[in-house]
Design a protein around this ligand. Structure first.
Ligand code: 5GP
Ligand code: ZN
Length: 160
């Protein structure tokens, strides 16, 4: 077995909440020390084994996937509030906007840009809304940051 694959396997056994398939970069060598160094230096995507949306990303819970790239996953909301109601989420688990730190700035932007791309594809650019519910008082019920993309109908303001 290649060195990196064997390290992945062992790490997966020790740390099931690390998605080792998403480690960036491949080991440049079959030298075990260099492979391990490269592995540690690469950035893991952390997932939470008990989080509903992490389980959707891992395919343990089915979803209708709309978009996916290295950092972001998007899928149809199970209880749509508009003709287009897509949830755009970072692959890396964190609870929400108030829990985010500087290191999540880029992926929060990526989620919004993915939403804009989906809106373009769905031809709802005449008017759509991206929403982050922050905290239970604002209706947040799943504690893995998600951007709601809503469109395809008139959207009133202010929201309820
Ligand atoms: P929140 O209320 O936290 O802002 O948004 C959570 C969203 O997740 C809700 O709109 C809800 O309908 C959606 N949701 C909850 N469980 C599931 C699920 O199992 N699959 C999908 N696709 N959406 C879900
Ligand atoms: Zn999660």
């Amino acid at each position: 077995m290649p060195v990196l694959a064997s390290i992945r396997l062992r790490l997966q056994m020790l740390q099931p909440n690390i998605n080792t398939t998403k480690f960036r970069g491949e080991a440049p060598t079959d030298n075990p020390s260099l492979a391990l160094l490269s592995f540690w230096q690469s950035e893991p995507i952390m997932t939470d084994p008990n989080c509903l949306f992490c389980r959707i990303i891992r395919g343990e819970i089915p979803s209708r996937r709309v978009y996916e790239d290295e950092h972001v996953f998007a899928f149809d909301d199970i209880n749509p509030q508009a003709p287009t109601h897509v949830l755009v989420i970072p692959k890396r688990h964190f609870a929400g906007l108030k829990e985010a730190d500087q290191s999540e700035a880029e992926v929060i932007g990526r989620c919004h840009l993915a939403a804009a791309q989906i809106a373009r594809q769905r031809k709802i650019e005449q008017g759509y809304r991206t929403v982050l519910n922050v905290g239970p008082g604002a209706g947040q019920s799943v504690f893995h940051l998600h951007v709601h993309l809503l469109g395809g109908r008139p959207l009133s303001w202010p929201p309820g």
